[in-house]
Structures are given as structure tokens and as C-alpha cells.
Design a protein around this ligand. Structure first.
Ligand code: FAD
Length: 357
């Protein structure tokens, strides 16, 4: 039986960064990825999302990110990842959807159907895209119109002639309204008033990441880093802003009815589509047999240095690193966490060797 030093699950930004650094440290590893092609979650993002619409993609180790352009992000970034995997000879195996990871003595066994990989350590880099979150509201099952999540966004043309309710207070909601308001009738509902920011600088970013890390340190489910940096309107959203689309925001409705939504004060709005821009949750169900979760529902991570994005080691099992989780759930965070995780794997294996001497 072959025993790897590390198995990486997921070949997005975080998994590729981890694989690059594991390779540099001479560690024997494999990367298992559920997608049929390179590109992580980016390959599934909607066609109208261009390189100008993304909020900034960080470099991969030893490979500068493609710049802003009118080209589709789902193609440009997928091609970039594919070249990266090939140029750096990363050991990616796909498509492999991991369904569970079990602990067998000192080792971990990664299962995908009938296939298995045995390893001393694990780097989990599965992102959030496969876990779209839709809050439950009474009546949702009786709605006669269409309900879509960010993960299913089919592009603006689909909504022509329809009255659309966009739900959610994050960057995706702002982008959808920017695309839809100039061509159709759009309503916007959020649970909390959105936080608009005038400036975005390093301090704002650092503060946001620290807020997320504090939750993760306490073992709480992480909030998304992107969601706590605040919102800004960009040139592509100015037309919707001119039409007042961002000012006509409503609080959350109380229930969904067959033809629309109703608020606690009796107000009713007829809508054809509810577009849930309500975010994602970490895709970690396959780690359940390892019992990493705290009673608060999150996976607490230990921080090794002063940079909170280097918090990658599971408090409950030091064989397991999580990258792209909590404070490192952004492209820059995934990139840094990949390096931190590889170093933590090296330290763990060295300590085990010393203990065995
Ligand atoms: P992903 O890119 O999601 O990759 C995870 C990989 O794991 C996938 O290939 C998936 O197939 C695989 N996987 C999942 N489960 C399994 C399993 N069980 N077995 C095997 N493989 C599995 N961040 C920025 O920094 N800038 C932006 O502009 C930006 N824009 C965004 C726009 C949207 C709409 C969204 C939703 C997020 C955005 N983010 C942005 C956040 C950013 O995309 C992510 O934080 C980052 O790209 C995630 O990288 P990752 O490697 O953690 O995960």
C-alpha cells in the first residue's frame, strides 16, 4: 500500500498553491479534484462575469494572475489554472469526488467511491461553490415562479420581461442588480442594510480578515471574507445606480406566496423570479468522520504565525489543514494559506519522524 505524505482535496487557487509548495518541500502528494477540467470554481461562474467584473484575483506562486479585460473569467482563469498545472507538473487526478475521509490509526484514508488513497496528512481545499446556501422561508415550496441561486445564474438575458427579486447583501447581489436593472424590473431585499465603503485599502482588508479569523478561532462557522469587506459601486453598476435600483432596497419579507412575497406589515410584491444571492457554505461534509467541528458548528483552526491567513491547522486533528476556509477564503488568502499548510505538513511529518527515533 502506498502512503502519501499528503493528499490535497480540491484544485482551486488554494489547492494549487498548496501543491506547488508541497512539491517544493519535496513532499510526496496527490491532488484529487471533482471537476472534469482545471479551473476550480471559476469554470462554473456565469458567462457575463468578465475579468473586469471580478474583484481582483491574486497571483499563484510563481505565476502572475491575468489582468482585467472584457474576456470571460470562467475561460481566462480556467486556462490559467490549466497552464499552471501543466507548467509546474502538479500531480492532479480528476475527476475524483471525495465522499469521506476516515482515520485509521496514525493514517488518514481518503475515499471516493471504491477508490482509496492513504496518507499521513490532508490538505482540504474544497472551497464553497458546491454548497450554495438558500435560507428557508415559509411558502418557498409553493412559489409558482422561478427560484435561482448565484450558482445557477444564467446571465442577464434570461430575465428579460420578468420581475426579479434579488435577495442578499453581498457583492454578487450588487453585480446582479447592476446587470439586470437596466433591462428589467428589479427589487432588492436584504436581511441587514448593506455596508457601503468609499475606499478599499489594505487596512479595510486586514480588518475584515481578522474578523473572520476571530470567528474561526472561537470555532464558529466562518463568515465570507468577501462579504465583510463592504460594498462599492463600480463603473459597470453606475447605470443601475442612476436608475435608483440600489436605493429601492427592502427589508426581508416574511413569507413566500405562489405569485410573490409578503412582508410582516402586509405589503405584497408580485415577482416572477427570486434570485437568491445568499452565499455559500464551506464544502466540508466529507470530513465529518474526523469530528473536526466544535460545538459552535465551525472548525477551529490554529494560527502558526502573525498572519491570520496562515491559520490552517485543524485544532482537533493536526494531521488536517484547511485552506480557502474562513480567513483564507479569497484568492489571496488561498494562496498564502497553501504555503502555510505545506509548511505545517512538513513540520508535522518532521515531528513524527523525531518522535519515532
Ligand atoms: P474553489 O475554486 O472553489 O476550488 C475548490 C475545488 O475543490 C473545486 O475544483 C472543486 O471541484 C473541488 N472539490 C470540492 N469538493 C470536492 C470533493 N468532495 N472532492 C474532490 N474535489 C472537490 N475572491 C477573490 O479573491 N476575488 C474575486 O474577485 C472573487 N470573486 C468571487 C465571485 C464569486 C461569484 C464567488 C462565489 C467568489 C468569489 N471570490 C473571489 C472568492 C474566491 O473565488 C474564492 O475564495 C477562491 O477562488 C476559492 O478558491 P478555492 O481554492 O478555495 O476553491
Amino acid at each position: 500500500m502506498h502512503v502519501y505524505d499528503a493528499v490535497v482535496i480540491g484544485a482551486g487557487q488554494a489547492g494549487l498553491s498548496a501543491s506547488y509548495h508541497l512539491g517544493r518541500l519535496g513532499l510526496d502528494h496527490v491532488v484529487l479534484d471533482a471537476n472534469p477540467r482545471p479551473g476550480g470554481a471559476w469554470q462554473h461562474r456565469w458567462d457575463s462575469l468578465t475579468m473586469k467584473d471580478v474583484h481582483g484575483v491574486a497571483d499563484l506562486p510563481d505565476a502572475p494572475a491575468p489582468g482585467g479585460s472584457a474576456d470571460r473569467a470562467n475561460m481566462v482563469l480556467a486556462d490559467w489554472f490549466a497552464r499552471y498545472e501543466a507548467d509546474h507538473r502538479l500531480p492532479v487526478v480528476r475527476p475524483v469526488r471525495v465522499d469521506r475521509v476516515t482515520s485509521e490509526g496514525d493514517l488518514l484514508v481518503v475515499h471516493a467511491g471504491t477508490r482509496q488513497w492513504t496518507t499521513r496528512t490532508l490538505v482540504n481545499a474544497t472551497g464553497t461553490w458546491t454548497q450554495p446556501f438558500v435560507p428557508s422561508y415559509p411558502g418557498a415550496g409553493e412559489f409558482r415562479g422561478e427560484q435561482l441561486h448565484t450558482a445557477d445564474y444564467p446571465g442577464p438575458e434570461h430575465f428579460d420581461g420578468k420581475r426579479v427579486l434579488v435577495v442578499g447583501g453581498g457583492a454578487s447581489a450588487v453585480q446582479f442588480i447592476g446587470e439586470l436593472a437596466p433591462r428589467t424590473d428589479v427589487l432588492w431585499a436584504t436581511r441587514r442594510p448593506p455596508v457601503w465603503r468609499e475606499h478599499f485599502d489594505e487596512n479595510v482588508g486586514r480588518h475584515a480578515i481578522e474578523m473572520v479569523q476571530e470567528r474561526v478561532r472561537q470555532g464558529l462557522p466562518p463568515a465570507s471574507v468577501v462579504s465583510v469587506t463592504g460594498l462599492a459601486l463600480r463603473p459597470q453598476e453606475q447605470e443601475a445606480a442612476r436608475l435608483g435600483a440600489y436605493e429601492r432596497r427592502l427589508p426581508m419579507f416574511e413569507r413566500i406566496e405562489p405569485d410573490g412575497v409578503r412582508w410582516a406589515d402586509g405589503r405584497f410584491e408580485r415577482v416572477d423570479v427570486i434570485l437568491w444571492a445568499t452565499g455559500f457554505r464551506p464544502a466540508v461534509a466529507h470530513l465529518a468522520p474526523l469530528h473536526l467541528r466544535s460545538p459552535q458548528g465551525g472548525i477551529a483552526l490554529l494560527q502558526s504565525g502573525s498572519d491570520v491567513q496562515t491559520a490552517t491547522t485543524a485544532e482537533r486533528d493536526p494531521r488536517v489543514q484547511l485552506v480557502g476556509y474562513g480567513p483564507s477564503a479569497s484568492t489571496i488568502g488561498g494562496n498564502r494559506a497553501g504555503r502555510a499548510a505545506a509548511l505545517a505538513v512538513r513540520r508535522f511529518l518532521d515531528a513524527q519522524l523525531r518522535a519515532g527515533d
